[in-house]
Ligand binder design. Sequence first.
Ligand code: ISL
Length: 567
Amino acid sequence: MENQEWWRSAVVYQVYPRSFADSDGDGIGDLRGIIGRLDHLQSLGVDVVWLSPIYASPQDDNGYDISDYRAIDPVFGTLHDVDELIAQLHARGMRLVMDLVVNHTSDEHPWFRESASSPSNPKRDWYWWRPPRPGFAAGEPGAEPSNWESFFSGSTWQLDEASGEYYLHLFSRKQPDLNWENPEVREAVYDMMGWWLDRGVDGFRMDVINLISKDPALPDGVVAPGKTWGDGFPYYGYGPRIHEFIHEMNDVVFGSRPGTFLTVGEMPGVTVEQARRFTDPARREVSMVFQFEHVGLDHGESGKWDARPLQIIELKRSMQRWQDGLADVGWNSLYWNNHDQPRAVSRFGDDGQHWAASAKLLGAILHLQRGTPFIYQGEEIGMTNSPFTSLADLRDIESLNYLAGLVAAGIEPDDAMLTAVAAATRDNARTPMQWDADAHGGFTTGTPWISSNPNHAELNVSAQADDPDSVLAFYRRLIALRHDDPLVTTGSFTMLLPEHDRLFAFVREDGADRMLVLGNMGGDELAIADLAVLDDWNDSQLALGNYPAASIHAPLRAWEVRVLRQR
Ligand code: ISL
């Protein structure tokens, strides 16, 4: 079991190729850039690299709109480069997981081009085509076949003038949704996955995989007060055939191949109960899911552009629910950051006075939970949000569509709105990786596609690489702890003091073998001497901390995390 489920003791590192390292000076990161930086990943100690999409793409959504699954976009390199990356990773004992984006393709994919060419084309049914709503003429407001709102603002339906029919796109209009009801679609996807596995990749991170099964009746959703469009999520978020499709994929693609692959289902809106089913090994669906509950806790009533302060008690409650829910069956993924989220140290920590301590604390209270941790590029050096000050700084389609939608509705974005977008935009995750103090943080010798964070002059890999007190050194220790101490993988999880609004504390346990993690989530000292839970930890050792050792009853300093070990 240990070997079969190797990913339980692994740490995954996500590379966003566009922003990682540019080898040819065109301002866009590429595969040769990644190959040139493998020493960094190896010295960090990660086991798996997950690459965001590098396939041929018009780049409407930075590669999450694929026009050829078996070709590499020239801005990133060639298939030969991928083969070399796989070989070099494997030679260093690391694995490669590819992004699999099969809820939708690009509208420039030949499948969609054929599908759109005529209603009688054999591939018509590979996508979701529908006539206008009865009683409405094509193009008339209200003629959309359902009232669903796109993740990227506006309707999920785009009119095709030529045929007078609409096609479904849950994301941008250049990302038409594949029709998984059609067995030919599924076969084509499974075939393509096999092609990549046969090339040597070790698994897939599956983009919005919980959205692939839609209720074929496409019913209208509830329109919330003040909204134009309805919520289609109940009809595609956990559709009627979702388990069947994911199980079938597992069976067809992985069933006939030796070895164990890592499969990570990215599932916005998934519940703990659903996640138990998806990750129950007996059902053979996915190794783990990426859920979004904890990164939604600072969203206000109208969503991510309407932020509210994180309540630490709510964060603890959410994490505890996921830990408890997947304790006996299934498995958790653990993350703060990915390419869609603002930087955790700015969002949940303190990117000012206590930047380093809070970055380390966030790392420790996440990595020492039960599950597989994911590090997003730059998190290991505590990269922060960027000071976006004008619209011209932004690149992300989600942010740009949102602002365009406001303008279309007659609302001129004011400073408060721009500040809210700057704090929440996905672009915060996408500024160039900060390698050194050179221009653009050493990311490119050209002009980067998105400006680098001005703090690259001080905050970079090279400044931290040899400093034993750096955030980077702390992340190395955290990863080593997981590899050296089986309790981190196997121990049970118990949240302590759930109603304490500043202390994040939990125990990992296997009989007398125990670990206590105490984290002070704030900039003021926190007295803990009178906490009864400490009484039976007197003979413990400090396994890891972000301050010089102190007695276990000493107050926790600003953003201090203390990891105690007892055997
Ligand atoms: O990014 C989000 C909110 O800011 C999410 O709603 C996100 O769109 C959702 O989690 C799905 O994300 C994935 O699929 C998208 C792509 O744009 C994201 O980058 C990807 O991670 C469509 O392929």
